[in-house]
Design a protein around this ligand. Structure first.
Ligand code: HEM
Length: 132
């Protein structure tokens, strides 16, 4: 039997890929935040510290690109209906939480990139580097 009341494969893949990348960005971000640049360098050494910064920035930019793609896919394919249908309050709560999550996942990489560039630091995406 063909299941029609579920998200399309591309939406499910984007969902889990973004979830994984957000955990990675948060994990590395917390190391950088707790230890700071000097502490990270003291603890991990220069090579690993540079790799942590570059990976964090790359993952962040990747999240932004994937979130924009996800938004586009959602606009084209829509979302499956809830089974059973949600009540009035549940529907509003569900939409609000999802909208806030979308906004947060777009705002975080944008603000991270802007803050980095405003501080005069490079924004990296794999091998590319952009200086603000
Ligand atoms: C969804 C995407 C992102 C998440 C969830 C995220 C999360 C975080 C977190 C939790 C911290 C630690 C903050 C602290 O405790 O001080 C952090 C730090 C940092 N983030 Fe992000 N970030 C994201 C995207 C980006 C992007 C796109 C860039 C730049 C292109 C970036 C650059 C940085 C830098 C440079 C730091 C270290 C700041 C310092 O040295 O104190 N982040 N990030």
């Amino acid at each position: 039997m063909i299941e029609t009341h579920r998200y399309a494969l591309v939406q499910r893949l984007l969902h889990w890929l973004i979830a994984f990348l957000v955990l990675l960005a948060l994990g590395i971000g917390m190391i950088l935040g707790f230890l700071g640049f000097d502490g990270t360098r003291e603890f991990f050494g220069k090579t690993v510290t540079d790799a942590l910064y570059t990976t964090h920035k790359t993952v962040g930019v990747l999240i932004l690109v994937l979130m924009l793609s996800r938004l586009g896919v959602r606009l084209v394919l829509g979302v499956p209906p809830h089974r059973p249908p949600l009540g009035g309050f549940e529907r509003v709560a569900s939409h609000t939480v999802h909208d806030l999550l979308y906004m947060a996942l777009l705002a975080m990489p944008i603000l991270g990139g802007l803050a980095t560039a405003a501080g005069g630091y490079p924004v990296s995406f794999f091998g590319w580097t952009c200086r603000g």
